[in-house]
Design a protein around this ligand. Structure first.
Ligand code: ATP
Length: 241
């Protein structure tokens, strides 16, 4: 791993069972302090990539069959999820799966039981609504608020690299914009971010660098501003003809 690289994925191949090869030799880097986006259509392998990095792939019937994942000093390929979190790579719960019957406060504590008070304060500063609702059951929050809770819960573990899987999926444009601004603020405070998004316009706006996945391979990569200006990307991913 190069100095200054927060997360590195090299030649990653992933299969589900014998029949489905979901990733074929994917390589990507998240430089320290940056936001990197992964774009791609349904089924391109974005969720699989996130599962492999966060170590939960095996719980979905998948297997890393080749390649390497590492962050700063640690090799993370096939490591169990708790070791990956301890190394500083933390995913906001997939599909914003918060614990519905637990309160906001209990959900946050589940994310970082030993988190010092300043970490809790950071989360409440980023998401004041979570402070207001702290004694309320998570299931009573709106979709956008549950996404905030999922992100807040991940931040309680003090990530060096925050993994975000479709944080704006299903949200109204105004809420999506709010989440996007918060991701930018989290990054400004020093956390590197790997962002998977179907909303390509938003992802390219938020990120420094982006990769386009297509049926399990990196089809295209480059600085986000360049991708956003490319005719092919505009036509295929931004819906501009
Ligand atoms: P989406 O945005 O629809 O979630 P994606 O880009 O995240 O798409 P993946 O969900 O990673 O794509 O899927 C990549 C490929 O792996 C697809 O062919 C999919 O059918 C397959 N796949 C995903 N999860 C499993 C699983 N648990 N078992 C078998 N095949 C799977």
């Amino acid at each position: 791993v190069r100095d200054g690289t927060a997360l590195s994925v090299r030649d990653l191949t992933v299969s589900y069972g014998r029949a489905v090869r979901a990733l074929h030799g994917v390589s990507l880097q998240v430089p320290r302090g940056e936001v990197v986006a992964v774009l791609g259509a349904n089924g391109a392998g974005k969720t699989t990539l996130m599962r492999a990095i966060s170590g939960v792939l095996r719980f979905h019937g998948g297997l890393v069959t080749g390649g390497h994942i590492s962050c700063a000093e640690a090799r993370l390929t096939k490591a169990p999820p708790h070791r990956i979190v301890a190394a500083g790579v933390v995913q906001a719960p997939e599909g914003r799966r918060v614990f519905g019957r637990m309160t906001v406060e209990e959900n946050l504590r589940a994310g970082g039981f030993h988190a010092p008070a300043e970490v809790r304060k950071r989360v409440f500063d980023l998401f004041p609504i979570l402070a207001e609702r702290r004694t309320q059951r998570a299931s009573l929050l709106s979709g956008g608020e549950q996404q905030m809770l999922a992100m807040g819960r991940a931040l309680m573990a003090r990530p060096k690299v925050l993994l975000l899987d479709e944080p704006t999926l299903g949200l109204a444009p105004k809420m999506a914009e709010h989440i996007a601004r918060t991701v930018a603020e989290i990054n400004r405070q020093g956390t590197s971010v790997l962002l998977v998004e179907q909303n390509a316009a938003l992802a390219l706006r938020l990120s420094n660098y982006a990769y386009v996945l297509d049926v399990g391979e990196v089809a295209l990569e480059g600085p986000s501003a360049e991708l956003a200006a490319s005719d092919e990307v505009r036509r295929r991913y931004l819906g501009v003809s």
